[in-house]
Ligand binder design. Sequence first.
Ligand SMILES: [Zn+2]
Ligand SMILES: [Zn+2]
Length: 142
Amino acid sequence: MRMWLVDPRIMCRQHLLGEHLEVHMFLTHLQKEKGIKGYLENNCLEPRSIYQRHQNLMREMIRRGYNHNSSMMETDFSCVGNLSIEQQYWEINKKKSLKTLLERCKECNDRNVQIQFASHNHIVGEEKNGEVNNSESNKVES
Ligand SMILES: [Zn+2]
Ligand SMILES: [Zn+2]
């Protein structure tokens, strides 16, 4: 089980649906008060982000027209409060997580390149309208 915590837009179908299932599994795991030390140490779990992450993944699934039939209530999430403060606030290293995902999955990597490229073009487009005047737009025009 693993939370990737990368931008959901870059995730291929398999990784998006996989992480969505796994955030539900993590919650069940915590409700049963099973140990999470290994998941934390392996950069796979950020307990206090489970609920928000589920919302973000669900939104992306719906946006793509996938089915979502597994609601997660904020009250289900209260079991995270039983963890120690250190565990509740444990953070995933997101740069490392992204790098791992892109190395493992060509489809996620391709999507990432496309999305980064599209958002770069968007910024350049705005600069050309004269709305943004900084060193970056000077570089484009010179
Ligand atoms: Zn769900
Ligand atoms: Zn993938």
